[in-house]
Ligand binder design. Structure first.
Ligand code: GLV
Ligand code: MN
Ligand code: MN
Length: 425
């Protein structure tokens, strides 16, 4: 009986648009709501209001994670879905937001159909998934599941000098609920793929088997600023040159290793950053990922050895700091099978794939049965305001989420008469 209900696709698109209007990037569908900024606060307030309008019990924990729960017929750990609503500076409207707002559509559909589940249904959004302002990424879910101590997380200093605990207080989202929280019964995250596979192959649902390993390093080069015209090349201590060499090295390393190894220098700051001055300092980041942890470790070792040689060759001092390190994660086989079966039963084309991006779900995988559902990203574009997913694919993903959550939560009561809205059977 529960299988006939579906989410309100238009309602999902409307909520995505409303949330994207906060921190909107002009001329695009995207938004900028870096973690714990005023824009993040406004986005949080809107989603909390929606949760309250649905009659959900909303709790906020010490790292600012927000979980809305709809009671089940019995108390106990909820079947949880969720994701994040913070964005990178050049964010699209779907990354993270989809998994949270689709969760609200699930709750709304269940309520409209008059269904009662045995287990509670919960929707969470987790602080600073992006890690763009406060590394590491997935910070909120890391603390939620007990893999980082709350005190350690509150002391993290962002790349703008702000401190997590102070920013949480400033925006009013340091809540009383304890961290770590008791694990949910199970966790399912709907997310856009953020890569090209589903779009290229014209497949609607990605059945996610796991997440590749992630290594983030911040590298600082200390050289000497000097005159760009008068300083002979052999007398320079050029931090700009050293930073460029690092970027070339990691790119070539990824090519040497071959797929799925990837490497990115996403941030380089030179000082004093002037046309006619040899740079005295460089601060840069390296993001490397691989599904094979041994290969990822080898890449890290190769980079460390290269930095030593480079310091000697360029006459600079080079130090590095680990910003994030997550081993590859495999999701629960039964949860993967369930997502796959539900996608098939709903008539959606589907395929298995491993996630290239990091996700809150990977933090839940060690504490409860976890899986993810992907929908296509137009041309594989993400972390870009032009990120796009067709409305019909958003709806398809949300319907898979709905069915999976209802199975896990077990429907115990359904209306005797024909329900009023969004129910087809
Ligand atoms: C998180 O979005 C990441 O994969 O960097
Ligand atoms: Mn995301
Ligand atoms: Mn992201």
């Amino acid at each position: 009986m529960a299988t006939g209900i579906s989410v309100d696709g238009q309602g999902l698109s409307d909520r995505l648009a409303a949330l994207a209007s906060i921190g909107a990037i002009e001329g695009t569908d995207g938004a900028c709501r870096l973690a714990l900024t005023d824009e993040d606060r406004a986005g949080r307030d809107l989603v909390v209001t929606w949760m309250q309008d649905l009659g959900m019990d909303v709790i906020i924990d010490g790292i600012g994670n927000v979980v809305g729960t709809m009671a089940g017929a019995e108390p106990g750990p909820p079947v949880m879905c969720g994701s994040h609503i913070d964005t990178v500076r050049t964010g699209g409207r779907y990354d993270g937001n989809l998994g949270v707002l689709a969760g609200l559509q699930v709750v709304e559909a269940v309520q409209k159909a008059g269904l009662v589940t045995r287990r509670p249904l919960a929707v969470g959004f987790f602080t600073d998934e992006e890690g763009s302002r406060f590394p590491p990424d997935m910070l909120g879910s890391l603390v939620y599941t007990g893999e980082m101590a709350l005190e350690e997380a509150l002391d993290i200093v962002g790349n703008d000098g702000a401190v997590v605990g102070e920013e949480l207080d400033r925006i009013g989202y340091r809540g009383p609920a304890p961290c770590p929280s008791p694990p949910p019964h199970s966790f399912v995250e709907l997310h856009i793929e953020q890569g090209p596979i589903l779009d290229t192959e014209d497949v609607v649902i990605g059945v996610v088997t796991g997440v590749q390993g992630i290594s983030w390093t911040e590298i600082t080069v200390a050289g000497q600023s000097n005159h760009a015209g008068t300083t002979p090349m052999h007398m320079r201590h050029d931090a700009g040159w050293a930073a460029t060499r690092v970027a070339v090295f990691v790119h070539e390393l990824a090519e040497e290793f071959g797929p799925p190894q990837v490497a990115t220098v996403g941030r380089v700051e030179l000082h004093p950053n002037l046309v006619n001055v040899v740079a005295s300092d460089a601060v840069m980041t390296v993001d490397m990922r691989n599904t094979d942890d041994a290969l990822l470790t080898e890449a890290e070792d190769r980079l460390a050895a290269f930095l030593e040689e480079l310091a000697a060759e360029t006459g600079t001092g080079i130090t590095s700091r680990r910003l994030a390190r997550f081993a590859p994660v495999e999701f629960d086989p039964a949860m993967i099978d369930r997502v796959e079966r539900v996608a098939a039963e709903l008539g959606y084309s589907h395929r298995r794939l491993c996630s290239g991006a990091g996700h809150d779900a990977q933090m839940f995988a060690p504490v409860c049965p976890t899986s993810m559902v992907f929908v296509p990203s137009w041309e594989g574009i993400s972390h870009n305001p032009f990120e796009h997913t067709d409305a019909e694919h958003l709806e398809a993903g949300a319907n898979v989420l709905l069915r999976v959550m209802l199975e896990l939560a077990e429907v115990v009561e359904a209306p005797q008469r024909e329900p009023t809205a969004e129910v087809s059977a």
